[in-house]
Ligand binder design. Sequence first.
Ligand code: CA
Length: 233
Amino acid sequence: MSLVMVIEDEEALGLMLKYNLEKEGYEVIVEPRGAKALGEVERHAPSVIILDWMLPEISGVEICKLIRSKPDIKNIPIIMLTAKGEEEDKIKGLSAGADDYVTKPFSVPELMARVKTQMRRAPEIITTKELVFEDIRMDLIEKKVYRGGQFIHLGPTEFRLLKMLMEQPKKVFARDFLLKNVWGMNIYVESRTVDVHIRRLRKSLNEYGPDYIRTVRATGYSIDNQPQNNEEE
Ligand code: CA
């Protein structure tokens, strides 16, 4: 069954959408907490997302951008829902990566028609169940990491760090980028914190194989299988 995720904090509207979408034969999850939305999208990999612009803590536009920055979920169609009718906001929403845009108050049949349109694009989506780099395997469903078949225990931050690196091998990630995307945007942490967690990650991973985490001086980190000279900083 096709899953629609509704990210909307207004309870009445969430329920109304759930009722109508279920009537259309979809499975529906309503997520009222903006801050939890990204994790829930990653967990459930819905076919279509209906995303409200106005959410507490984090805006719909920010969530949209975050979804578009994650390789395993970035292709999920997003319909933005908003009370704002201004052209400028529409442009902002679409440039943040929304596929469609519906202004409140909207007609239910029209929204359902738009969901159906986006649903047609959905089967193309292949959601990633695991990431593999050389002998390192990350199970994204079970949230477990193995190296050469050995289970590797990682803390949640190390897990997210490794995931980011493994999603784009050989790409060099700046410390600031890692801070923003691994720790979240509202948490203040020093960029040296990244080094501390990279050290922990290395220690756990290198127990069962060579060091694939490359330190790029004054820049950041990548995962790479080329020979390298890493100096602990
Ligand atoms: Ca709202």
